[in-house]
Design a protein around this ligand. Structure first.
Ligand code: AMP
Length: 282
């Protein structure tokens, strides 16, 4: 596995691969790998000749009061995992190489980045879109692989790629979970023992809502208030950030379920903000 740290070297590597007629898959990550990342990496490995995994804790997607400094990191372990999974190139740039002092350009999808997670994290998706545009350009990847756990992120990335005619195919993978249903997240390590015990009730509640819909309930407010009641007793340590039902592609809020819909939530448990989502099909 080739470890690359500069944008110029990544560009060169991608140019050489394309010159040889190879296809390229990119798996963008912030590291501290878990089985969710591993699934994306395995998928990336299976769809292209050259697999690039990027590992970059992107400072521009963190707000001033967020966890950029304490975000968990273990580059050595991550490198070993990437190598074992057949990654060809691990791209680990330093922030000043991605954002030099005179950096002045931002990419944003305003209509999709202010709701759901964007309400509490107003600059988050601007940072995500900007760094991904840079990674897509530098890697010249034919494919990029994202997790459905971050539903809003993959929807925004698909919109951005379409709107800006970026020649890349965005692929998504289902959320990988612990055996008790908790969605894997690098941030789960922040949870106290008590918080960890309550956390699986997030997904259990989403499945309960999905079941209500399959039994015929279509009114989002009824489903929502039922779920909030459940969570109030089952996740007493939780503080709701949002629980919203949206159109899977446009992220427009939905009040009556008539077709495909995604129920997405963010809940704070102590200092940890957990997100999850589920598809509700009428
Ligand atoms: P992160 O390192 O948290 O920025 O995540 C990198 C990629 O892994 C993103 O595309 C996430 O959606 C994806 N991801 C994170 N958690 C999971 C999970 N539990 N299952 C599947 N993909 C995930």
């Amino acid at each position: 596995m080739n470890v690359i740290t500069t944008p110029a070297d990544l560009r060169l590597c991608a140019q050489e691969a394309h010159a040889k007629g190879q296809t390229i898959a990119l798996v963008p990550t912030m590291g501290y790998f878990h089985a969710g990342h591993e699934d994306l990496i395995r998928h990336g490995r299976s769809i292209a000749d050259l697999l690039i995994v990027s590992l970059f804790v992107n400072p521009t997607q963190f707000g001033p009061a967020e966890d950029l400094d304490r975000y968990p990191r273990d580059h050595e372990r991550d490198s070993q995992i990437a190598k074992n999974l057949g990654c060809d190139v691990l791209f680990m740039p330093d922030p000043p190489d991605m954002y030099p002092k005179d950096f002045a350009t931002w990419v944003e999808v305003p209509s999709m980045s202010k709701l759901l997670c964007g309400a509490a994290r107003p600059i988050h998706f601007r940072g995500v879109c900007t760094v991904l545009t840079k990674l897509f350009n530098l890697s010249a990847a034919d494919f990029a692989v994202f997790g459905e756990k971050d539903w809003q992120q993959q929807a925004i990335v698909k919109r951005m790629v379409k709107d800006l005619n970026i020649p890349i195919n965005i692929q998504t993978r289902p959320t990988v979970r612990e055996s008790d249903g908790l969605a894997l997240s690098s941030r789960n390590v922040y949870l106290s023992k008590e918080e960890r015990l309550q956390a699986p009730n997030i997904y259990a509640g989403l499945k309960w809502a999905q079941n209500l819909v399959s039994q015929g309930e279509r009114n989002v407010e009824i489903i929502r208030s039922g779920l909030l009641n459940r969570w109030a007793s089952q996740i007493p340590l939780g503080r709701l950030d949002y629980l919203t039902v949206v159109d899977p592609a446009s992220l427009t809020p939905i009040s009556t379920i008539e077709g495909p819909a995604v129920m997405a939530c963010a809940i704070r448990l102590g200092t940890t903000r957990l997100i999850d989502n589920i598809m509700l099909n009428a």
